[in-house]
Write a protein that binds this ligand. Structure first.
Ligand code: HEC
Ligand code: HEC
Ligand code: HEC
Ligand code: HEC
Ligand code: HEC
Length: 691
């Protein structure tokens, strides 16, 4: 997703590059005592939206405090699912659960803070009159109702989900109307603003925005109660925005908000729609087994567009050779309707489609080839029982010559090796807790099967060559994920992602909750793996995987520690250590502690991760460290850790030289001896972050 995709984004960027640093500096008093509160958790948001959700008077950031909770929640879903384009927020919200997003919306909705005085805006008399007319009376000729019709007589919004229009910057109002006109702002539910914005001319938009931004606020700034409610109780009525529905355009997707948790997408018509070609109708138990296997394999994440119908495909996967779109796996004509269980097995095992086409390795068939036939059949039964979704994925956009079957044939000859697992270790009952020699071996086999096949860990954790491949495609020695610039660290190396020395419960906790008691957290692409897949694994499967990971041969990158990674000129370490230390004090210490020790909550877990002795900080590749500091974010919200704390993004607050000094400082503090980070490293990643 691109920030500059819309002119709202472009405009915002221009403003914030100048306003953000001061904002960030001002909003953070020197020593705030830690408390386990929502306000503390939401600091990642208030860094931009102002302390306690007030917009900066001179900025583009919209105020969010006091807006109707239903409205705020809808917007969070819209950003997450790309109906509103703003990458920094979208990716911050991505690892969170709908329950947590709702809690955030309710938190900001109940904040009752004074508004700044209205902006002084110069409007001609004609503009002022036109703006007032549109706002209070509308324009029947243009079929534009008065803004007050929906936004409330006082224009302070209407519960549960129509926002107020006062106290917002004029630039922001203009940008939103523009985004609706050009289709860049949409909604996951019925959207009645798009037709209104399109009916207004540029000068109408400018007049009404100017008028709105210069209005004083009434004494009571709270949103009005829903239409048809006599008493001002804040109970949510059914269909409070009736008036809206007259104007509404159909929602962008057919899904209601929040109907997409990976594990609850139960097949609608159990066995009745199973393929007529399969010899026997699969049992409910087989379908349920297939559902679980699909969770183990995280098939849904790749095969679902954000916010779209589960398994209907069409999600873009960026590769160095172009964009590949995932297939529709539902029993629809555009999906697997005419397939047989054999065709499906061929796809997983040989990487070929039903018509014999060689598939792109963006589908990790180097891993799925290790799935046993009985597991393939259970997956097949599950997909056949899904409700058919008639959506054809877009055509792949891969560059010549990589888009030819000949190129794929060559690639496969070099890098694809068919698996030969005959029996699924998952079918056997798990090793008992008091494991004897044989059951220990069975547990390792189960773990290996999960890591190599369904878990497709090597799809990210393997080093890659220029053809996006590795001689041994099951290697786990670590690699940069192309196009995303996250480094999936080596699972062999105890200084990277190796867990050989960890207590077993810590390893299990990492995959089940996204964090450990000792302060490790998963981020970026790994947070998605935990959120959508591993948190839902059964305990016996998590333990088998953990044991297998602990049995991997170990390497030790610390042998070469301090050495600069090849191909990068080493910056002079400590060139400006004083600047690094100052930046740390001003921007990071409040959360991560004076000695990088982090902050714990009462249950002994970390609210703020320790940075001292942290592998992400001291790993030889600085890629993940940079990603985290540029983009901020939250650990994934999981059943075991439902309300993570957040970190603000620094991409707009610190420049390349400052970031290089700060990260170099972190990498040489508290006993760390990692290579310095250069301005060039930062520039390359920042470029990707802002795109
Ligand atoms: C890097 C700065 C930044 C951060 C961090 C940030 N936001 Fe935003 N937020 C923005 C901008 C800019 C917009 C307006 C985007 C647009 O043009 O649509 C926005 C819009 C919103 C809106 C829609 C407001 C409206 O009136 O429609 C909500 C709600 C919101 N943010 C909530 C949050 C929450 C919750 C967080 C923390 C998880 C957060 N934001 C973090 C910059 C930020
Ligand atoms: C038919 C009902 C209706 C009318 C009339 C209407 N609006 Fe809206 N407006 C809405 C709804 C509903 C939303 C929330 C959209 C969403 O959830 O994404 C909204 C949102 C907005 C927003 C976004 C606010 C924010 O914080 O991002 C702006 C700006 C806006 N309207 C301006 C106007 C103006 C200006 C007028 C009058 C010319 C107007 N609206 C008339 C229903 C209406
Ligand atoms: C990393 C993303 C990713 C994951 C994970 C993934 N797939 Fe796919 N899959 C794709 C892409 C991309 C394609 C399209 C490849 C092509 O058309 O060349 C695809 C194609 C397929 C096809 C072939 C469909 C056809 O029309 O030829 C099948 C079957 C399939 N996937 C099943 C699965 C199953 C089952 C799982 C889980 C065990 C899974 N996929 C996990 C990305 C993924
Ligand atoms: C989509 C790509 C992707 C897949 C698939 C993936 N990983 Fe990761 N993994 C990453 C990235 C990137 C990181 C580094 C970020 C971080 O530390 O969380 C990481 C980090 C880790 C870590 C270190 C976490 C820490 O905090 O020290 C472990 C352990 C790990 N992965 C194991 C696995 C296992 C086991 C699998 C297969 C079940 C797997 N990963 C699948 C991308 C991936
Ligand atoms: C408002 C509190 C807050 C501030 C300020 C803050 N962080 Fe964080 N930081 C967090 C939280 C919460 C996490 C864990 C969330 C995550 O992993 O995404 C985190 C995670 C990290 C991590 C990843 C740790 C790991 O094990 O993967 C690094 C590195 C980091 N912060 C560095 C910094 C630096 C450098 C600064 C100053 C520029 C900073 N942080 C400022 C709250 C904060």
């Amino acid at each position: 997703m691109s920030v500059l995709r819309n002119w709202a984004g472009a405009l915002w960027l221009a403003c914030s590059l100048t306003t953000a640093p001061t904002l960030l500096a001002q909003d953070r008093p020197a020593a705030v005592p830690f408390e386990d509160s929502m306000a503390q958790r939401m600091q990642a948001c208030t860094a931009c939206h102002g302390a306690e959700g007030r917009a900066a008077p001179d900025g583009y950031y919209p105020r969010i405090a006091g807006k109707p909770a239903g409205y705020l929640y809808n917007q969070l879903i819209n950003f997450r699912d790309g109906h509103r384009g703003y990458r920094l927020m979208g990716q911050m919200l991505e690892p969170l659960s709908e329950a947590y997003l709702r809690e955030m919306a309710e938190y900001f909705a109940q904040l009752d803070l004074p508004y700044p005085p209205p902006a002084r805006i110069t409007l001609s008399d004609a503009e002022r009159r036109r703006g007032e007319t549109l706002a209070l009376r509308g324009d029947p000729a243009l079929k534009v109702p008065a803004c007050t019709q929906c936004h409330g007589a006082q224009l302070t919004g209407v519960l549960p989900d129509v926002p107020g229009l006062l106290g917002l910057p004029r630039d922001y109002l203009n940008a939103q109307m523009g985004a609706w006109r050009t289709g860049l702002r949409g909604a996951h539910k019925a959207d009645c603003m798009a037709p209104i914005a399109r009916s207004l001319s540029h000068s109408d938009v400018s007049a009404v925005s100017g008028w709105l931004a210069s209005q004083p606020l009434p004494a009571n700034t709270r949103p009005a109660p829903p239409p048809g409610t006599p008493s001002p109780k804040d109970k949510e009525p059914a269909g409070g925005d009736n008036f809206c529905s007259q104007y509404a355009e159909p929602p962008a997707t057919s899904l209601p908000a929040g109907s997409l948790p990976a594990t609850t997408a139960a097949p609608a018509a159990a066995s009745s729609t199973a393929s007529s070609t399969s010899p026997a109708t699969p049992t409910q138990a087989t379908i349920e087994r297939g559902r679980y296997l699909s969770t183990l394999g995280n098939c849904q994440t790749c095969h679902t567009v954000q916010g779209g119908t589960p398994y209907a495909g069409g999600r873009p996967i960026e590769t160095p050779f172009g964009t590949v779109f995932s297939s529709n796996l539902t029993p629809a004509a555009a999906g697997l309707k005419d397939w047989t269980a054999d065709d499906f097995w061929q796809a997983l095992h040989h990487g070929t489609s039903r018509d014999g086409r060689l598939l792109y390795p963006a589908f990790p068939y180097n891993n799925t080839t290790h799935i046993a036939r009985e597991d393939s059949d259970a997956l097949w039964a599950y997909f056949q029982a899904l409700p058919p979704a008639e959506a054809a994925p877009p055509e792949h956009q891969v560059r010549w010559p990589f888009n030819t079957q000949a190129a794929l044939w060559v690639w496969r000859t070099l890098y694809f090796e068919r698996g030969n697992t005959t029996q699924s270790p998952l079918a056997a009952s798990p090793a008992p807790a008091e494991a004897g020699v044989t059951s220990a071996a069975a547990e390792l086999e189960r773990g290996a099967y999960l890591v190599r096949g369904l878990g497709h860990c090597s799809a990210c954790h393997a080093p890659r060559n220029a053809l996006g491949a590795n001689r041994d495609m099951l290697d786990l020695a670590g690699g940069i994920i192309p196009r995303q610039n996250w480094y999936a660290p080596s699972l062999n190396d105890v200084h990277e992602a190796g867990v050989q020395d960890w207590p077993l419960p810590d390893v299990v906790a990492l995959f089940q909750t996204g964090r450990t008691q000792s302060g490790a957290v998963v981020s970026g692409p790994m947070a998605e793996v935990v959120k959508h897949s591993t948190q839902h694994w059964r305990p016996e499967d998590l333990r088998a995987m953990a044991r297998y990971l602990q049995s991997l041969p170990r390497t030790d990158s610390a042998a070469g520690k301090g050495a600069s990674p090849p191909g990068r000129a080493s910056a002079t370490p400590g060139r400006n250590a004083e600047l690094g230390a100052t930046l740390y004090r001003n921007h990071c210490m409040q959360c991560h502690g004076e000695q990088g020790q982090g902050v714990r909550t009462a249950d002994g877990h970390f609210a703020y991760a320790p940075l001292a002795g942290n592998r992400t900080v001291s790993m030889s590749s600085p890629a993940n460290l940079l990603q985290i500091v540029l983009n901020g974010g939250f650990a994934p919200a999981t059943a075991g850790h439902p309300r993570p704390f957040g970190m603000p993004p620094f991409v707009l607050a610190l420049n390349d030289a400052e970031l290089a000094e700060l990260l170099t400082y972190l990498r040489s503090q508290w006993g760390h001896q990692a290579a310095p980070v250069s301005e060039l490293d930062v520039r390359q990643l920042r470029h990707m972050a802002v795109r």
